[in-house]
Design a protein around this ligand. Structure first.
Ligand code: EPZ
Length: 418
């Protein structure tokens, strides 16, 4: 089993370019099924979730090739319309193949996506969107969809990221015009719109609450560069806030994490934002200040994926911070691990009260989920002593070479087999 050992206590110093966004490259890979020829995606991170998506594409008949951070997908030979249960379980977001499969083949046979550590991950909004576009959906020992999408009006009761993406992908391949109301506004939705339009589609409005699609246009192949990962950036900045020092991140738009920067700034960090880079400085001789409340919300609110890393940074601070997690039922599983490091946190349902302590200490901890793992690494860099971080299968889903990134910023992090 692999373990990342992290020695805390030293400030971080340095600059790095943040890798491509997991939550953009996954829908982009699914969208390759709609292309009329080979597609090359640049800035694709080496992540196990990306490997899982490539395996599904190959299962469906696509050719895939990786050259460094360039991924090429040729969907010409794709004829499949079924994704196996094992593959659906390999990754929570495998449901994103539903829309493009329907658009390409007129049918889709999937099972419910993989279990998730964050609590129930329903897909009712995905299925309602597909039905609104004229397809038949039956749920009988799996999910079976038939019919070419006709376009229509999709009303999302929650601005679901995945349901917005599935509706966009289904509508692009369908005939007619579609409007998605109460669409998610995350930057990854805008990246998907840019990618689809680069292939010849006509999608507008992404980033706002209403996305329109002129469906049925023939799509060609092409190439596209994936946006930087704003949650990886938030994690690294949280690590710098915890350890102190000066870190500059390139390849990410500071506006995509403005609410995170606001919280870290309120905590006493000095944040400098430019169009394609952000810098955070923190004098470790002065304690961080607690922030009254951090409440997660759909974009442009505070991202739920940054809740754990920012909590990790605020464990050692002056005062109390109240976290309110509005997006998922079980997104405090990192709390028990932070408590092993000396954190003083009380949770009650979707609320967590963090009473700042002077300093955390190293401990044996286990990542409970992807962002909890990033949080524990951030906490370890600010802690006294050495932390042994296990559960790397979660971390490797969404952070490429986490220990390498931290080490390049002067953090004492190394991965060893035990
Ligand atoms: C995306 O998940 C991200 N994953 C998540 O990041 C992120 O936490 C989440 O959006 C919220 O920002 C990817 O993009 C691959 P949602 P998604 O549908 O699309 C409820 C990470 O760490 N809902 O916007 O699954 C749902 O239960 C991951 O990188 C329904 O009720 O999230 C949740 O409460 C974790 N019915 C809320 O909507 C549905 O059909 C938002 O979920 C769908 C969702």
């Amino acid at each position: 089993m692999s373990v990342i050992y992290i020695r805390g206590g030293a400030p971080l110093e340095g600059e790095l370019t943040v890798h491509g966004a997991k939550n953009s490259v996954l829908p982009l890979l699914a969208a390759c099924l709609l292309a009329g020829g080979p597609v090359t995606l640049h800035n694709c991170p080496r992540l196990t979730d990306v490997d899982a998506a490539l395996a599904i594409l190959r299962h469906l008949g696509c050719e895939t090739k990786r050259e460094g951070r360039d991924l090429t997908v040729d969907p010409t030979g794709a004829a499949g319309s079924a994704v196996s249960e094992e593959q659906m379980r390999s990754m929570r977001s495998s449901i994103i193949f539903l829309g493009p499969l329907l658009a390409r083949t007129g049918e889709a046979h999937l099972t419910y996506p993989g279990g998730c550590e964050l609590g129930p991950r329903p897909i009712d909004l995905h299925l309602a969107a597909i039905r609104a576009l004229g397809c038949e959906v039956t749920e009988d020992c799996g999910i079976h969809c038939q019919g070419r999408p006709r376009g229509g009006e999709v009303y999302l009761s929650i601005p679901s990221v995945g349901a917005t993406e599935n509706a966009m992908l289904c509508a692009v391949g369908g005939a007619g015009a579609t409007t998605i109301h109460n669409a998610a506004r995350e930057p990854e939705i805008y990246d998907l719109q840019c990618f689809l339009n680069a292939l010849g589609a006509d999608v507008r409005g992404a980033g706002g609450s209403s996305v329109t699609v002129r469906g049925g246009l023939p799509l060609h192949g092409g190439e596209f560069t994936v946006m930087g990962d704003r949650i990886v950036a938030a994690t690294l900045l949280s690590a710098a806030a915890a350890a102190g020092g000066r870190v500059r991140l390139r390849g990410v738009d500071w506006r995509h994490l403005s609410t995170v920067l606001s919280v870290l700034s309120q905590a006493g960090c000095h944040v400098i934002s430019r169009t394609d880079c952000v810098e955070l400085r923190r004098d470790a001789s002065k304690p961080l200040r607690a922030v009254p409340t951090v409440r997660t919300a759909p974009y442009p609110g505070f991202p739920t994926d940054a809740q754990a890393p920012v909590m990790a940074a605020l464990c050692a601070s002056e005062g109390c911070t109240l976290f309110v997690e509005t997006m998922f039922d079980s997104r405090y599983r990192h709390v028990a691990e932070l408590q092993r490091m000396g954190a003083d946190i009380t949770t009650e349902g979707r609320v967590a009260l963090v009473r700042g302590v002077e300093r955390l200490h190293g401990a044996n901890v286990e990542a409970p989920d992807l962002r909890g793992g990033g949080a524990l690494a951030a906490a370890a860099l600010g802690a006294e002593g050495v932390t042994a971080l296990r559960g790397l299968k979660h971390i490797d889903r969404g952070y490429e070479d986490l220990e390498g990134m931290l080490a390049s910023l002067g953090g004492g992090a190394v991965r060893r087999e035990e």
